[in-house]
Design a protein around this ligand. Sequence first.
Ligand SMILES: [Zn+2]
Ligand SMILES: [Zn+2]
Ligand SMILES: [Zn+2]
Ligand SMILES: [Zn+2]
Length: 158
Amino acid sequence: MGPHTYSDEWKSDADRHWRECGCGAKSEEAEHSGGTATCTEKAVCSVCGSEYGELSPHTYSDEWKSDADRHWCECACGAKSEESEHTFGEWTERDGNREKSCVCGYTVIDPEHTVIEPGNDEGNGLSPVAIAAIVIGGIAVLGGAGAAAYRFASKKKK
Ligand SMILES: [Zn+2]
Ligand SMILES: [Zn+2]
Ligand SMILES: [Zn+2]
Ligand SMILES: [Zn+2]
């Protein structure tokens, strides 16, 4: 028998590559090597050019992404992890608004809640103008009563 005549092209399976003679003999058989897998593409063997191995795991962002209903962590390829609906805690007052937040940072503000201007929620809610109006009103009532009493006294003298 003469020497084997190996193919110019590599043959390969999932793990290895080799050159093959028409008789089935293999030469230069070795495991695939080189290349770098990503989360969307397998590593490409630097010798035979075929994809091999597994995809690398997704790398999810540390920060939550969210929409009106849900939150999730996202890989650069767009894959989502830990996707779930928002879970809100108790309503809390902040900056005069009532709001509740999810762990992801998504915050809902209560649209029904009246915004209280800072400073006006003291003195039982009465502004200085309202207090002045009550004082003036009180004087007017006293004055009216005094005038009535005077008139009554005048009538009695007749
Ligand atoms: Zn051969
Ligand atoms: Zn290879
Ligand atoms: Zn990914
Ligand atoms: Zn959330």
